[in-house]
Design a protein around this ligand. Structure first.
Ligand code: AQP
Length: 353
């Protein structure tokens, strides 16, 4: 049987990104990732995944996983992602993710994976008891991205190290199998692209409302540490009012925020939600009481998030519609992934029909 060589064209600009369905979607997930998903869809071909296989690395409740998968999908749509033009699906429906992850487990080195700070943070002191899946998480993430040969990935700053590992894996794969890639008439030496991290926007790292040195996180025990996308106006108001600050009034210039992580975080949130520069916000609120600034932040956060929360609630009330989006997205994702997997199997020397 003659095989068609894949295109020798440069890689098509393609975005891939994902969010774990692990509950409590928050303002950090929105500003660092989901909001940007919608912005990038006018200039790129986009694939947005609900990474449910990542969500089982630390134990999970199956019914909650389903609910959260619907909720993340609803968040994508509510933020403005066009599911007809772009692809939205859940990872476990496309088996190429797991298959390519295994190959990458064999490409990546233990030393590389051992350096991942997220594993260290999540495994904590009880490393021996962490799942092998949690350790292998970055290789699955590399597979998520490279299965579609994505050229760029919009993420929050916390994912920077994993993206560097993705580039290392792509580079090693391209190098280790360069002869074979060439012999098969596939791209010469750059079968997988070196994916660019898109860590940009006004809030690539939103911090906890209770501790300005920790990132806002889904798994923080305190619900007061984060603003959830589904929080109502009262909850948002309470959380912002209780947000930790220091005794000083806000400075009049950005320089004055140095060493004041909580104040800096609130100003960053204001800037990201309003589209204004920190300098102009401090000109308006500098020297005044935190309470005045916080009330303005409440009004802004409620005005920005209430329509998204309302739309998410409306969408999750129709699970059949959400499933239809995910099924259709998975079909289209598979159509891109399967030819790539066929070539990868060929590169690896696996026998296939
Ligand atoms: N605080 C944050 N600021 C900016 N971006 C953030 N992201 C997460 N937290 C912040 C970005 O959101 C996207 C989806 O994240 P995820 O759910 O896949 O993974 P995560 O980093 O584990 O999310 P959490 O909320 O931080 O969960 P836990 O509590 O499990 O650690 C990613 O692009 C991420 O960068």
């Amino acid at each position: 049987m003659t095989r068609q060589p894949i295109s020798l064209k440069p890689h098509t600009p393609r975005i891939f990104s994902g969010v774990q369905p692990t509950g409590n979607l928050h303002l950090g997930n929105y500003l660092g990732a989901i909001k940007r998903f919608a912005e990038l869809q006018t200039s790129h071909e986009c694939i947005y995944c609900v990474v449910d296989m990542h969500a089982i690395t630390q134990g999970h409740d199956p019914l909650e996983l389903r609910r959260a998968t619907h909720e993340v999908t609803a968040a994508y749509i509510a933020a403005g992602v066009d599911v007809k033009k772009h692809i939205v699906f859940n990872q476990s429906q496309v088996s190429g993710h797991a298959e390519l992850a295994w190959i990458f487990n064999c490409v990546a080195r233990m030393g590389w994976a051992n350096r991942m700070t997220q594993f260290k943070e999540k495994a904590g002191k009880d490393r021996e008891n962490a799942s092998v899946g949690l350790f292998a998480y970055p290789m699955l993430m590399a597979a998520d991205i490279l299965l579609y040969r994505a050229t760029a990935v919009p993420v929050g700053e916390d994912q920077k190290q994993h993206l560097e590992l993705t580039r290392d894996i792509a580079q090693k794969f391209n190098f280790d199998f360069a002869e074979r890639i060439k012999a098969l008439g596939l791209n010469s030496g750059d079968y997988f692209p070196l994916t660019e991290p898109l860590i940009a926007g006004p809030a690539p790292r939103v911090m906890s409302l209770r501790d300005g040195t920790k990132k806002m996180s889904k798994s923080d025990a305190s619900d007061y540490s984060r603003i959830n996308l589904t929080d109502d106006a009262d909850a948002i108001a309470q959380k912002v009012r209780k947000a930790k600050t220091d005794p000083e009034p806000l400075p009049s210039e950005a320089e004055g925020l140095k060493g004041r992580p909580e104040a800096e975080n609130l100003v960053t949130l204001f800037a990201a939600l309003s589209g204004r520069e920190a300098a102009s916000i401090l000109t308006e609120f500098g020297g005044g009481q935190f309470s005045t600034f916080k009330q303005a932040l409440v009004d802004l956060a409620v005005a920005s998030l209430a329509p998204i929360g309302d739309e998410m609630r409306r969408l999750v009330a129709d699970p059949a519609m959400i499933d239809a989006v995910l099924f259709d997205g998975a079909d289209r994702a598979r159509a891109i992934a399967e030819p790539v997997m066929r070539e990868v199997r060929e590169i690896m020397g696996f026998v296939q029909r």
